[in-house]
Write a protein that binds this ligand. Structure first.
Ligand code: CP
Ligand code: NVA
Length: 308
C-alpha cells in the first residue's frame, strides 16, 4: 500500500484522483451536521495513528474528524510521550506501530525520521509536515483553488516571503499539476535549488523575482506563510522581520496582482507581519476554505493510501 510522503513522489493521475474525490466527498456532505458519518464508511474497523512532534491545530483536528467521518478510529500520539527516536530506533517503533494500526500520519522535524518510519512500517505513512515539505496542505490548496477558479493547470501562483517547507510543496505541485510559480523574497530565503530544479524539469516555469510588485502582476493566486517556521531558531525573528517586510501581502500588493487573484495562507498567520488584516479578511482571501479543505483532501489521501 502506498505512502503519501510528498507530492513529487506521487503520480499525477493519483493526485488528480484524490483532488476529484475530495471535491465529491465534500459535495456529498454539504449541509450535513459535522458529526454525522459519511454514507460510505471506507475506514470502518481501521485504526489510524496521528503522531505530532510539533504543535498543530488544523492537521490534528482535520485528520481526527476525517477518520471518524469515514468510520475509523484515531489514536493521537504526542512525539515527546512515545519512544520515537528517543528510547528505541525509528525502525523498531515503525514495526511495533504496524502491529496495532492500519495507517500512520506523522508531523516531525527531520525528513529522515519520516522516511525511516515509512521504510520500516508495513502500513502506509502520511507526511503531516516536516522541516522540508507539507504536502497535505498543498493538496487542500489545489482543491480550494479549483473550487473557485477551475483547473489550476497553466495558472500563475506567486509565493511571497520565506521559501520554506510549504513553498517547497507548492513547487512539487507546480510540476505535477502544471502551473507556473513565481517566488518573491530575499535571496537568503530562496527555496532550495532541488525543489526549483525539479519543477523546471517537469516543464513548468519557475521565476525568481525580487520585486514583489512585479512578481504578482497577472497572478491567479498569491500565497504567504509565516516568516518564522516551527523549525526555525527563535533568534531569526528580528532579522526575518527586517528582510521580509517588503514582501508583506497588503491591499496594495493584491491590487497590483489584480482582482482575479486569490489569496491563500496555510495558517496559523501572524496578522500584520506577512499579511495584513485587510487581505486576510478581504474579498480575495480563501483562507478558511483552505483550512476546511484539509479535511476533505486528507480523507481522499487516506482512502488512496488504504485502497478503499
Ligand atoms: N496549516 C497547518 O498545517 O496548520 P496546523 O499547524 O495548525 O496543523
Ligand atoms: N511553515 C510553517 C507552516 C505551518 C503549518 C511551519 O513549518 O511552521
Amino acid at each position: 500500500m502506498p505512502d503519501f510522503l510528498d507530492i513529487n513522489k506521487t503520480a499525477p493521475a493519483d493526485l488528480r484522483t484524490m483532488i476529484d474525490q475530495a471535491a465529491s466527498m465534500k459535495a456529498a456532505r454539504a449541509g450535513r451536521p459535522k458529526g454525522t458519518p459519511d454514507d460510505d464508511q471506507p475506514l470502518a474497523g481501521q485504526m489510524v495513528a496521528l503522531i505530532f512532534e510539533k504543535p498543530s491545530t488544523r492537521t490534528r483536528v482535520s485528520f481526527d474528524v476525517g477518520v471518524r467521518q469515514m468510520g475509523g478510529q484515531v489514536l493521537v500520539l504526542n512525539g515527546s510521550e512515545i519512544q520515537l527516536g528517543h528510547g528505541e530506533s525509528i525502525a523498531d517503533t515503525a514495526r511495533v506501530l504496524s502491529r496495532f494500526v492500519d495507517l500512520i500520519m506523522i508531523r516531525t522535524f527531520a525528513e529522515d525520521k519520516l522516511l525511516a518510519l515509512a521504510e520500516h512500517a508495513t502500513v502506509p505513512v502520511i507526511n503531516g509536515l516536516t522541516d522540508r515539505t507539507h504536502p497535505c496542505q498543498i493538496m487542500a490548496d489545489i482543491q480550494t483553488f479549483e473550487e473557485h477558479r477551475g483547473s489550476i493547470k497553466g495558472k500563475k501562483v506567486v509565493w511571497a516571503g520565506d521559501g520554506n517547507n510549504v513553498c517547497a510543496s507548492f513547487l512539487h505541485a507546480a510540476g505535477r499539476f502544471g502551473f507556473d510559480l513565481t517566488f518573491t523574497g530575499p535571496v537568503t530565503l530562496d527555496p532550495e535549488a532541488e525543489f526549483v530544479d525539479q519543477a523546471r524539469s517537469e516543464g513548468v516555469t519557475v521565476t525568481i523575482e525580487r520585486d514583489p510588485t512585479r512578481a504578482v502582476a497577472g497572478a491567479d493566486l498569491v500565497v504567504a506563510d509565516t516568516w518564522v517556521s516551527m523549525h526555525d531558531d527563535a533568534d531569526v525573528a528580528e532579522r526575518r522581520h527586517n528582510q521580509l517586510s517588503p514582501y508583506r501581502v497588503d491591499e496594495a500588493l493584491m491590487a497590483a496582482a489584480g482582482p482575479q487573484a486569490l489569496f491563500m495562507h496555510c495558517l496559523p498567520a501572524h496578522r500584520g507581519d506577512e499579511v495584513t488584516d485587510a487581505v486576510m479578511d478581504g474579498p480575495q482571501s480563501v483562507i478558511f476554505d483552505e483550512a476546511e479543505n484539509r479535511l476533505h483532501a486528507q480523507k481522499a489521501i487516506m482512502r488512496w493510501c488504504l485502497g478503499v
